[in-house]
Design a protein around this ligand. Sequence first.
Ligand code: NAP
Length: 539
Amino acid sequence: MMEPDEKIEDFDAVVVGAGFTGLYQLYKFRQLGLKVLVLEAGTGVGGTWYWNRYPGARTDSESRVYQYWFSDELLDEWDWSERFPAQEETERYLNYVAAKFDLKKDIKFNSRVTAATYNEDSKRWTVTTENGSAVSCQFFVMGAGGLSVPNTPDIPGVADFKGTKVHTSRWPQEGIDLAGKRVGIIGTGATGIQVIQTIADQVGSLTVFQRTPNYAIPMKNTQYNDEERRKIRAEYPRLCEQVNKTFGGHAWGSSEQPFFEVSEQEREAMLKELWEDGSLKLWAGSYADLWLDEEVSKVFSKFVAEHIRARVDDPAVAEKLIPTDHQFGTRRVPLETHYFEAYNRENVYLIDVNEDPIDHVDATGIVTRSGHHDLDVLIFATGFDAGTGALTSVDIRGRDQRLLRDDWDKNGINNYLGLQVNGYPNMFMVMGPMSPAAAFCNVPTCIQQQVDWITDCVSFVRNKGSHAIEPSREAEAGWGRHHDEKAAEALVTKTDSWYTGTNIEGKPRRLLAYIGGVPEYQAHCDEERDSGFAHCVFY
Ligand code: NAP
């Protein structure tokens, strides 16, 4: 613990989190000549790819665009082994980056940030960690991720369970021996699907407790050989530009042509081709009006549902695996590999908790209305307090000692460009709510753009001879209106999911991420920067 009169170390900037954001922000701030400290709760770098080491964890984005662009040397040196890399490869990549640029010397591990307080007199932040140590800084960047605060439902009796229970994002580094065990899993989102398809043939039995099925589509993963890697590498100069021009920050974008203006024959051929691609392209790189027109998403839904029916032996089980309360693309579309076939196995049981609700957990398993399910291991693949969780779980106090959590509770989320908040000078967010990075973006694309913007902003403040910057209230109000107008057009806004905050009890329903697309978002950010941050106030 800090003694009251103990001198704390001063930094120009403190960054929270050593994932994709923290590593790049550290690199960029160093280039400005700043004295920087990164505080990381874990024992290593990687962020999402450090924490989410559950069986089967891998990216749904293609490796060729799920990486940094800032160093040609890095692009030349790093060889991706496959199209959709597994957790350990992405974690290894981020460790490679940290070593290559000697980043670890400015990262303090085992340092979970619990509070950050702005002092109006000194115009500096004091950042405190769980172990009681504190540092001070002028610029404070929250880069602790959009999907980092686990949501574990408070099911009666869960504390009584005597077996192993684990949330997927807290999977132990040493692993869990699942061989021959009776395993239960709650949750069938992108995470649950990866776990289920991976462990089904390793465990004694697997009981899946499903509340909402998803329109998962096949991942066509391939191992790259040297020749393929050479071809992909030759594309990097184009790709690093291209990702910023597409709606979702991927290598490909959607067609603006209305779906129903295309002939039926062409539509069918296109759906087949997109399906064969085995990527998120069917969703985020097909037709722009899939996101806006329910009739279009119904066509996609029918197409995907037919594939699910064809793959599941028991028609009653197949129907349970097909969503009935939402259409394709209105929630995050997970990629899968033999996921639906897992339900053809004799050791896999599907419990639809809408028909057969969970009553409680006891020492030896889960009790649903129909009876007791004996379990040795209980896995919570129950998602996250997305977007806001990482920000509201820290006591962030701005001007007048206001608390960010209370401000957003009372008034709803307010911010400017998803990057800054009025009342919190010199605080920046990456992957914050109301930016595409919070949900509708190939994450590294949006992280890099936001970090670049923050770096430009900090550089501007320093060159201007100011101490602090914050957005005006009017700027925030304008961004909020624009965000809501865009959200109102989109089908995702009408569906329950973490996108709308409905997965967390009591969280106000509002589309979390900006859905105007990456190019439009970047244009707003560029305009603000090029205007000399005209909608901000300087101190
Ligand atoms: P999620 O999409 O929020 O899924 C959580 C699951 O838990 C849902 O099926 C949910 O049901 C269920 N659940 C929550 N509380 C429950 C309760 N009390 N009783 C029964 N079921 C309950 O979380 P996630 O799967 O961890 O994925 C979150 C996001 O992380 C993804 O959308 C994606 O953006 C990212 N992710 C990416 C990858 C990848 O790139 N490969 C992999 C994993 C995750 P309801 O749907 O009914 O709420």
